[in-house]
Design a protein around this ligand. Sequence first.
Ligand SMILES: Cc1cc2nc3c(=O)[nH]c(=O)nc-3n(C[C@H](O)[C@H](O)[C@H](O)COP(=O)(O)OP(=O)(O)OC[C@H]3O[C@@H](n4cnc5c(N)ncnc54)[C@H](O)[C@@H]3O)c2cc1C
Ligand code: SF4
Length: 478
Amino acid sequence: MGKPTGFMELRRQNEASLPVAERLKNYREFVQHLTDEQAAIQGARCMDCGIPFCTSGCPINNIIPDWNDLVYRGSLADWKRALDVLHSTNNFPEFTGRVCPAPCEAACTLNINDDAVGIKSIEHAIIDKGWEQGWVVPLPAQKKTGKTVAIVGSGPAGLACAQQLARAGHGVVVFEKNDRIGGLLRYGIPDFKFEKSHIDRRIEQMRAEGVEFRVNQQVGEDVPAQKLKDEFDAVILTGGAEQARDLPAPGRELSGVHFAMEFLPQQNKVVAGDVLPQQILASGKHVVVIGGGDTGSDCVGTSIRQGAASVTQIEVMPRPAEQEDKALTWPNWPLKLRTSSSQEEGCTRDWSVTTKAFLGASGKVEKLNCVRVEWNAGKMLEIPGSEFEIQADLVLLAMGFVSPVQKVLEAFGVEKDGRGNAKAATDGAGCYKTSVDKVFAAGDMRRGQSLIVWAIREGRQAARAVDEYLMGFSDLPR
Ligand SMILES: Cc1cc2nc3c(=O)[nH]c(=O)nc-3n(C[C@H](O)[C@H](O)[C@H](O)COP(=O)(O)OP(=O)(O)OC[C@H]3O[C@@H](n4cnc5c(N)ncnc54)[C@H](O)[C@@H]3O)c2cc1C
Ligand code: SF4
């Protein structure tokens, strides 16, 4: 702890964002990382707590107080050490430093009666400096084991797992059904939150570490599950949870009603330079986004950039309180009103609203028929007489994901849990292993829809489990 009085003297400074009018002109990232001097001040706010709740709040247990202190000290050698500490728990800090909701900050001790340390902004600054300085280099294994591993799915879980296993000396092949690597980082999250060059340079690093990537390979269809089991010493299923929750109300079949994941990937492809025969576009339309989470927000920001006439986002749950009661919630992630960068770009939000029907003419959606609801002991009750309509030329369903696509799990014949995820424990002997010999599962495919930071954690831990399974022991971190 470099500055014992820092937390009393220094204020939290958030990262700067480009003004809304500026950032809406394109799909580039608009959040600017802290300068070295700003990061040092933010690092100096850390109290180096005896019990660092930030670290236990972080799913990958980032060693946060250490890099806060190193950034405060501020020599180039300190920054390099900060990067090494960061990489010791996280393969891809540039992913989490941009799009993690930062449960570590909710858990920070300073958050009890002050603003939390700006942990995510410091992480962002460290990894960006690492790339700028050329410190992020391939780390190929010194010795090859001769063992081979197939990874099915190239999201953050698959990538973290692949990198760990390649560094442990195994021959790793990543199979991806899409035309590009990256999972939801590539085709879910828009470029304005996360530019895809961050994935591309990691792919380059991983190729140099020996990882082979095979795209346009749908395992269970183009590539039989049995073939992978026959040809590889272990298989890890990291195919995500792609089965979107539908809204089977009357009129669902009208044109103009789409899943978020039909809409978002198309724009990411266009930003990547692809020419699409047809694109679902919000331009000039009244857009209604159903669902108030991250996916819904991404639909809002994309619709606004495409030039929507209006964007409305509705949510079935009640409007949360502006502020949490920290005495009740700390150090856990609190439910409170959050406004995403996309929502602040210009969208009308409404809560406690459910959709009864999609209304339209000539096969096209024109309106939503909605009703207000109240919640009583977990039960949703419609409020009589509260029906209303919302104009809608484009409706985007962003109500979460119910499970992995079942086909690939069935192709491998793995046992599933009650929610249709691949069943595998995360601790004890045989962790991350499914009911099928040599087949493991991690990330959203095992835990259900979650976060990038959890996917990285599971990818890393599954890598250790597979390494142990193949070699009888493992030096990879837990
Ligand atoms: C729109 C959107 C925005 C989000 N925003 C955030 C955010 O801001 N912050 C955050 O932390 N989390 C966010 N999330 C959640 C986060 O993206 C996921 O939790 C995370 O990507 C899960 O990682 P994963 O590796 O388990 O799976 P995924 O990222 O889903 O990757 C799975 C990959 O497996 C491939 N695959 C599936 N089946 C097969 C098969 N049979 N053969 C070959 N390949 C296959 C898929 O094509 C995909 O590329 C968001 C999710 C969505 C949908
Ligand atoms: S909980 Fe907050 S103040 Fe304490 S060590 Fe972690 S970042 Fe620093």
